[in-house]
Design a protein around this ligand. Structure first.
Ligand code: UDX
Length: 457
């Protein structure tokens, strides 16, 4: 009873087990905790083992099984098999967890589940709980997937120019890779498109974006979904600085081993360093890595390039001896790097988190998308928000070294680069305002908690 009085409601937060999904859902959890909500993070067993538990002072952690308690996705014979097993075993073990928690001193009121796991909505509803879908990608991307699910986008794509509600005109090559390269990664295609399969049953749809960023498409989605934009989910310390408990939650394998790159940045001239990262999952192939390496070296700029341990062999032999102005790290504290005075621009794969982070911190972008929604994010970066340029690939789908050098010089040395920097600052201010007191995302989060308290049994 005492436990119940301490909190206004209890949410289970259930991210898909990948860095780009766990981080935004944990950051949103902090905002809920600040408003008196009890949060329990539910992770898969293989991740649970590496959760940096010492950081979790105000979030409880429970686990379900994806069917691969030793190794997760890496242990599965294919992505398709993993996803199907996760759906089956995940639904069963989530039901067992909800059964267990139903008898606890403060049973959950609501399941906030990752859009990649729509089966969690059905489980929550079987237990009579409220449920909120959490979309870790842009509303633009979700609208494209919604139209695909409803068969309003015919695949394979044949048209020139697609006009979807609330979106700028998009060419086939601006659409997510699962559509414009139809047939690639069928498992992921199924996952992203089926995010909306049972969305009608969700009590809320939470999206990691902010109203001002995607206004037209949010207005359109708002007519058909109980949508609340609650982002950008960067730690408060980088935006409104209002959260007391703003520790860097995370999973151990991704916590930076050293902050050496911050020291390295400290004595570099203002706005001079190029930061290169392709996120936590995909990376450039050997040919692309060679071109990138040469492009960085030829630009004569300082650079930090994140290459995960598993991909270090992609790097041309002896590269660092010839590129004296750069360092390679296997992981870095990206937000600290992006806010460092020495930073000049960010060569990114345009994952949605990296996109939001660059935009919210006012960092000009060189877009080098690889697959999935990154392609569409790159289009928005260049043509809609105008916070960067795109490094265009050739017919072999490789961005050549000359293009990379040209893009770096364009951002760091030209009038166009200055315009882009001005736009970046404009978006930085809007992002901060949206989560600050009375901003669009702040209001939506407050409304979500009020409605939750009102509607819980
Ligand atoms: C994936 C997809 O690629 C992305 O398109 C989708 O929208 C979400 O899931 P990922 O590829 O990992 O995510 O990219 P991104 O969304 O950018 O997330 C990477 C995260 O890792 C960012 O929050 C970034 O700050 C962090 N990071 C990356 C570090 O902290 N250190 C690093 O060295 C590199």
């Amino acid at each position: 009873m005492e436990e119940r009085k301490k909190y206004v409601a209890h949410c289970l937060v259930l991210p898909y087990p990948a860095q780009g999904h766990i981080n935004p859902m944990l950051e949103f959890s902090k905002r809920l905790i600040q408003r008196g909500v009890k949060v329990t993070l539910v992770t898969v067993v293989s991740n649970w083992k590496v959760v940096s538990r010492k950081n979790f002072t105000s979030i409880e952690v429970e686990s379900i099984s994806d069917g691969y308690d030793e190794g997760g996705l890496a242990a599965a014979e294919s992505l398709e098999v993993y996803l199907e097993t996760f759906r089956r075993v995940g639904a069963q073990t989530l039901a067992e967890l909800l059964q267990k928690l139903a008898g606890s001193s403060h049973p959950p009121d609501c399941v906030i589940y990752d859009g990649f796991m729509p089966w969690a909505l059905d489980v929550a509803k079987n237990f009579g709980l409220l449920a909120a879908a959490f979309f870790t990608q842009s509303c633009t991307t979700n609208t494209i997937y919604l139209h695909t699910y409803n068969k309003l986008l015919e695949l394979p794509l044949t048209q020139t120019g697609y006009l979807l509600p609330g979106l700028p005109k998009l060419e086939a090559e601006d659409l997510p890779s699962f559509l414009n390269r139809y047939g690639t990664y069928p498992g992921y295609f199924y996952v992203v498109v089926n995010q909306v399969s049972n969305i009608d049953k969700a009590d809320w749809v939470l999206a990691n974006t902010f109203y001002e960023l995607e206004q037209e498409v949010v207005d359109w989605l708002f007519k058909i979904w109980p949508l609340k934009t609650i982002g950008p989910t960067l730690p408060s310390m980088y935006l409104d600085k209002r959260l007391q408990d703003d520790k860097n939650y995370g999973i151990e394998m991704y916590v930076p081993k050293s902050e050496a790159c911050i020291k390295w940045l400290d004595d570099k001239p203002k706005g001079s360093v190029v930061y290169v990262s392709f996120g936590s999952f995909a990376g450039p192939n050997v040919e692309q890595a060679e071109e990138l390496a040469s492009g960085l070296r030829d630009s004569g700029s300082y650079f930090i390039w994140v290459i995960r341990d598993s991909e270090q062999e992609q790097l041309p032999k002896g590269f660092l001896d010839t590129a004296e102005k750069g360092i390679i790290v296997n992981w870095c504290p990206q937000l600290q790097v992006l806010t460092h005075e020495a930073l000049g621009c960010f060569i990114t794969h345009c994952g949605w988190n990296s996109t939001l982070e660059a935009l919210s911190l006012g960092v000009p972008v060189i877009a080098m998308p690889l697959w999935t929604d990154q392609i569409t994010n790159a289009k928005l970066i260049k043509d809609v928000w105008k916070i960067g340029v795109k490094a265009v690939a050739d017919e072999k789908d490789i961005v050549r070294k000359e293009t990379i050098t040209h893009c770096i010089k364009e951002i760091l040395e030209t009038e166009k680069g200055n315009e882009i920097k001005k736009n970046s600052i404009k978006w930085k201010n809007l992002a901060k305002s949206s989560v600050d007191e009375g901003g669009s995302s702040d209001k939506n989060t407050a409304e979500f908690v009020d409605e939750l308290v009102h509607r819980r049994a």
